[in-house]
Design a protein around this ligand. Structure first.
Ligand code: EPU
Length: 300
């Protein structure tokens, strides 16, 4: 059996919806990327756990696909299965100051729902587009908030089973979680604090306003391309100081508004973005002696 037949059989046996040969530009905020072998949509957490385990056993590469808002996919053929959790039941369960939510849920929707209920602790995450699972995987943060700070437990798929981990067992750091490529984040429980909904909403509004003033929110992008290197150094400021804003390769441009963003137009290829990444890395290494690390996830 060829790879596509094996994928088809695994998905059919588990009753998981599978869509073959999907153009990744339709599933990424950068609107670039080639054609992936398959996107699979398990509709329960148990099916998701079994699916990724079966793919591992069969030696088939897979990756979680959230909303594609922090993802750079190469051009051409991508031989792997993207696992989307968007079809998981619309689970958002409030329990006192806790909220339980599945990984396919939208992060901004989660923050809004908590604000409506007068639950505080993740306001700064409101302007981050993306899924809850993606936010956990990369420990997304903004305005001094990190999702890890509010996490009580994380449910993951491990060896075919759904396993719940306590926050203390999980070693989060800046834009990093310790989950391996064989583990899939399925859901989280957050521990929040009570607050006045109007105050929480006002704070969120302030962050959204700041974000639209300082970042190219109306353009296609994947957010910041590189991590900040630490010690208070800002990658955006360095790229700006090196005069690289506005540099264009094909349909990709270093944002004139925020230099750590690459924005694309409809004609962009992933290759255009990779070229700009190379230019930035080389110049920053030569002139500042800093080896920039990518913040976006890359599928090659
Ligand atoms: N700056 C420049 N030129 C630029 C961009 C920034 O001089 O082109 C300067 C700003 O004026 C400011 C400093 O650099 O003095 C910091 O800029 P900013 O406040 O925009 O923060 P950042 O460090 O560039 C980080 C996160 C963002 C997050 C913001 C707001 C990283 C890599 N980036 O950006 O996260 O939204 O703080 O909290 O940690 C993302 O993760 O994709 C992302 C956009």
């Amino acid at each position: 059996m060829g790879m596509t037949d094996v994928i088809g059989k695994i998905c059919a046996d588990l009753e998981v919806e599978a869509r073959r040969n999907q153009p990744m530009r339709h599933f990424t905020s950068l609107k670039t990327g080639g054609v992936i072998s398959c996107i699979a949509y398990p509709d329960t957490r148990e099916k998701a756990a079994k699916l990724v385990h079966a793919l591992d056993e069969a030696g088939i590469a897979w990756s979680p696909l959230g909303y594609g808002t922090n993802l750079l996919v190469k051009d051409g053929e991508i031989q792997r299965v993207a696992v989307s959790l968007r079809l998981l039941e619309d689970l958002l369960v409030f329990d006192g100051t806790r909220v339980h939510v599945h990984a396919g849920y939208s992060l901004p929707r989660l923050v809004n729902a908590c604000a409506d209920r007068g639950m505080s602790g993740i306001e700064g995450l409101a302007p981050i587009p993306g899924s809850v699972g993606g936010a956990v995987k990369m420990n997304a943060g903004s305005h001094g908030y990190e999702i890890a700070d509010a996490i009580e437990t994380v449910d993951i798929a491990r060896a075919g089973k759904v396993v719940t981990l306590e926050r203390g067992e999980i070693d989060f750091s800046y834009r990093h979680s310790p989950f391996t490529s064989r583990e899939l984040v399925l859901g989280i429980t957050l521990q929040l604090k009570p607050g006045a909904p109007e105050e929480i909403k006002a704070e969120i509004q302030q962050y959204r306003k700041h974000r639209s003033a300082t970042q190219p929110v109306r353009d296609n992008s994947a957010g910041c391309i590189f991590k900040n290197p630490g010690n208070g150094v800002t990658t955006g400021r360095i790229i700006d100081e090196l005069g690289l804003k506005g540099m264009t390769h094909g349909g990709a441009t270093i944002s004139p508004l925020h230099a750590n963003f690459i924005v694309t137009d409809g004609s962009a290829q992933a290759g255009d973005i990779f070229s700009l990444i190379d230019v930035i890395r080389t110049r920053v290494a030569e002139e500042r002696g800093i080896d920039l690390e990518l913040e976006v996830e890359v599928w090659e």
